[in-house]
Design a protein around this ligand. Sequence first.
Ligand code: CMC
Length: 392
Amino acid sequence: TGYFTYDPGFLATASCESSITFIDGDKGILEHRGYPISQLADKSDYLEVCYLLLNGTLPDKKQFDEFHLTVLRHTMLHEQLVQFYKGFRRDSHPMATLVGVVGALSSFYHDSLDITNEEHREIAAFRLISKMPTLAAMSFKYSTGQPFVYPDNSLSYAGNFLKMMFAVPCEEYVVNPVLESAMDKILILHADHEQNASTSTVRLAGSSGANPFACIAAGIASLWGPAHGGANEACLEMLEEIGSVDRIPEFIARAKDKDDPFRLMGFGHRVYKNHDPRATVMRKTCHDVLDDLNIDDPLLDVAMELERIALEDPYFVDKKLYPNVDFYSGIVLRAMGIPRTMFTVIFATARTVGWISHWKEMLDQPGQKIGRPRQLYTGEVGLEFEHVVERC
Ligand code: CMC
């Protein structure tokens, strides 16, 4: 009963009002709180972007120092969480571990669960932003069998993240500035992207009054899929499967074949129909990292040729399918020595600030209602029940 707008996949439905991120998909524009992503990637750093997303304006020096100090205060985890990790199989995918441990934060931090209390909401936001690199790095360390590395608050956010992933107790670890800067850019470029599937998931979970850790765990679960955050891992798998430039036409043909479920991973976007401005920055970062590290990666040759052919092919041109940010991020991460099972984990770490900014914005909006879509029912109605023995 009733008349509803039917819009599967939300192609034409705005689910909320928001002043955090602006996208004009036809023009290839992405801005956070009014600032173009290219400027933020070139001139800012991830923590400043976090401040901007959360608070709406760029900080002055004093505001930034205070913000930074608070982030540092929360980088460590409750020690008992180590036991929690040990319950997972060693060969678990780090995303599987991450979904579990982030949800479990609700059982450790009782002073950040009351969503009606502004102080609780604030501290939950800091805890999540501060602890995500620690949790993410621990998920990786656990999967490799190496000991966990505690956070080093003398380093930058990106530098500390790298150290927690790659340091071992028996050797001194020095952060490579090229990798640090690349990681910072990756974090900035993935920090927010308005009402994508995972952010919408966080908002929907939060609309019922669920606690922030549970909401972010829901977001991580949604991000994991290959059509969303899992695309960077899937893209690298695809490039490896293609293997050499001469095999590209075969895969292009498969991507165009309606009877083949194969898609070019890292291509296409629901909103960008011109170019993905994040991909432009990531493409440059990709080349800078490979040049600086003097890496000659044959997969990059495959990627560049694939990009060239696809951009000229009428199928991709007509459907406006361009390389998205994840087409390049996988190659950069691989060049940085990061295994592909960590790609989506890094995306989740970066996106946490976006999720929490949207969650906070939603709770601050007057008249906020539980998200409760309707449906068009297509099943039977009014059947007469028969006992099982009477059914033939
Ligand atoms: N390769 C081949 N064909 C494609 C591709 C692709 N990567 N993407 C879309 N198409 C075709 C699709 O078959 C459809 O054709 P038709 O109209 O003839 O049925 C048309 O283009 C429109 O596709 P759609 O699936 O209706 O578009 P969508 O807006 O629902 O999906 C997408 C967007 C990103 C899920 C999709 O382009 C895709 O699956 N891309 C590959 C995965 C990927 O790279 N995802 C990362 C997105 S960016 C990072 C993030 O936000 O998480």
